[in-house]
Ligand binder design. Structure first.
Ligand code: HEM
Length: 347
C-alpha cells in the first residue's frame, strides 16, 4: 500500500472542504469546488493576461493572443516532429531512476535534443525555484554571440525564434519565450506520468493509457487550482463571493467530490470506460470547456509514449518505496518516485 503525503496545506484543504460548494479560504479569497459554481465562474469571463499560466507578461512585456497562438503552433510542430521520429523500443531506453526527473530529461532530449546548450539549460528543473534566476540565465545566454549556420538546420523551430532574433533584447525575449513554451512540455508531462506510476504501476496490461491518465489527473490534477482575480461578474453570480474576493476554483476537490465520484479516493482507471473526460461534471484537469488548455494535444501523446516505454520495459515504482510527498507548488505531483524493474509475479 502506497501512502501519498500531501503537504499539510493541501491535506487541510481536502480534510476541511471536501464536498463543499463555495467557501471562504482567506479574508479576500473564496474557494469553489462545487461543479456548477465552478462552471459558472469559469464561463463568466476569459482569464486575464496575469491569470494565464503560460503566457502571462514576459519581463513586463504583454504577449498578445496572436503571438501566444503562433508560439504554441511552433512548439506543437516541434512535438509532432519528435513524435514522428522512429519510436525508441522499451529495451533501447532506460527510464528507471528517480521520477519525474527521469521523464523530464528523456522528453528534453527527445524534443529539444539538438538545440544549443544555452537553450537546453533553460529546461533545468532548478530554475523553477526562482524566476529571477531563470531570467539571469536567459540574460547571460542572450549576451553570448549567436553562432549562425553550423548546427542551424537541426534546431527546433522554437529555437529558430531565438536564432532569428535581432540584437540582445529581442534574443533575450525569444529565449524567455523558449522557456515559457518548451519547459511546460517537459515539466507537466513528466509530472503527470510520475503521478500515474505512483498511483497505479505496475498496470494491468489490458488497461488503456488514456484511462490511466484520466484517472491520474482526477486524483492528482497537475493544475490543482485555477485562480481568477476579483471581478464584479463573480459577486453577481454568487452572494457568497464579495466584489473584492479572488476566486480559487479547486479541481483538487471537485475531482474527489463524493457526490460526483464513486469510491472517490480510489485509483480506478476502469471508471473511464463509461465516462467522457470532456463532459464529466466537475472534471477540469485542462480547465473549462470555454477555453481548455492549449497544450493538451501535445501532453496526451507524449504521456502515452512515456507510459508505453515504461510499461513495455516492465518498470514500476520500487516495492521498497511506500510513501511519496506532494509539495505545495503550482504543478501538483509526487516527488522523488523510485522507478525500477518490477518483480515478476511468482509462477
Ligand atoms: C499535464 C499537463 C497540463 C495541464 C494539466 C494543463 C492544464 C491547464 C489548465 C487547467 C488551463 C486553464 C487555465 C485557466 O483557465 O486559467 C490551461 C491553459 C493553458 N495551457 Fe495548459 N496544461 C498542461 C500542459 C500545457 C503545456 C505543455 C502547454 C504549452 C506548451 C500548455 C499551455 C497552455 C496555454 C497556452 C493555456 C491558455 C492560457 C495561457 O495562456 O496560459 N499547457 N492548461
Amino acid at each position: 500500500m502506497r501512502r501519498t503525503l500531501f503537504h499539510p496545506r493541501l491535506a487541510a484543504l481536502v480534510r476541511d472542504h471536501l464536498g463543499q460548494d463555495v467557501f471562504r479560504l482567506e479574508p479576500d479569497t473564496v474557494g469553489v469546488a462545487g461543479h456548477e459554481a465552478a462552471d459558472r465562474i469559469l464561463a463568466a469571463r476569459r482569464a486575464t493576461e496575469t491569470e494565464r499560466p503560460t503566457f502571462k507578461p514576459l519581463h513586463g512585456r504583454s504577449i498578445s493572443r496572436g503571438e501566444a497562438s503562433s508560439v504554441m503552433r511552433t512548439i506543437g510542430g516541434d512535438v509532432r516532429e519528435a513524435l514522428k521520429k522512429p519510436r525508441p523500443r522499451p529495451e533501447d531506453v532506460d527510464l528507471s531512476g528517480v521520477w519525474p526527473l527521469r521523464g523530464h530529461l528523456f522528453l528534453r532530449d527527445l524534443i529539444l535534443g539538438q538545440d544549443p546548450y544555452r537553450l537546453r539549460i533553460l529546461m533545468s528543473r532548478n530554475l523553477e525555484l526562482t524566476p529571477k534566476l531563470t531570467w539571469a540565465v536567459i540574460a547571460a545566454g542572450a549576451a553570448l554571440p549567436w553562432r549562425a549556420g553550423g548546427r542551424g538546420e537541426s534546431l527546433t523551430a522554437i529555437a529558430g525564434l531565438t536564432a532569428e532574433a535581432a540584437g540582445y533584447h529581442e534574443r533575450r525575449y525569444a529565449m524567455g519565450m523558449y522557456r515559457r513554451a518548451a519547459a511546460p512540455v517537459c515539466f507537466t508531462v513528466s509530472t503527470l506520468v510520475a503521478n500515474a506510476l505512483w498511483l497505479g504501476s505496475p498496470f494491468d496490461p489490458g488497461t488503456p493509457n488514456r484511462h490511466i491518465l484520466c484517472e491520474t489527473m482526477r486524483l492528482l490534477p497537475p493544475s490543482w487550482n485555477i485562480l481568477r482575480n476579483a471581478s464584479p461578474e463573480y459577486a453577481a453570480l454568487d452572494e457568497r463571493i464579495g466584489t473584492g474576493d479572488d476566486v480559487l476554483v479547486l479541481p483538487l476537490l471537485s475531482h474527489r467530490d463524493p457526490k460526483l465520484w464513486q469510491d472517490p479516493h480510489a485509483f480506478r482507471p476502469e471508471r473511464w470506460e463509461a465516462l467522457d473526460p470532456d463532459t464529466a461534471p466537475g472534471y477540469l484537469p485542462f480547465g473549462h470547456s470555454s477555453e481548455r488548455c492549449w497544450g493538451r494535444h501535445m501532453v496526451m501523446p507524449l504521456a502515452e509514449l512515456l507510459l508505453d516505454l515504461v510499461r513495455g520495459a516492465g518498470l514500476a515504482v520500487s516495492p521498497e518505496q511506500t510513501s511519496a510527498k506532494v509539495p505545495l507548488v503550482g504543478l501538483l505531483g509526487v516527488e522523488d518516485v523510485q522507478v525500477t524493474r518490477a518483480r515478476r509475479a511468482a509462477a
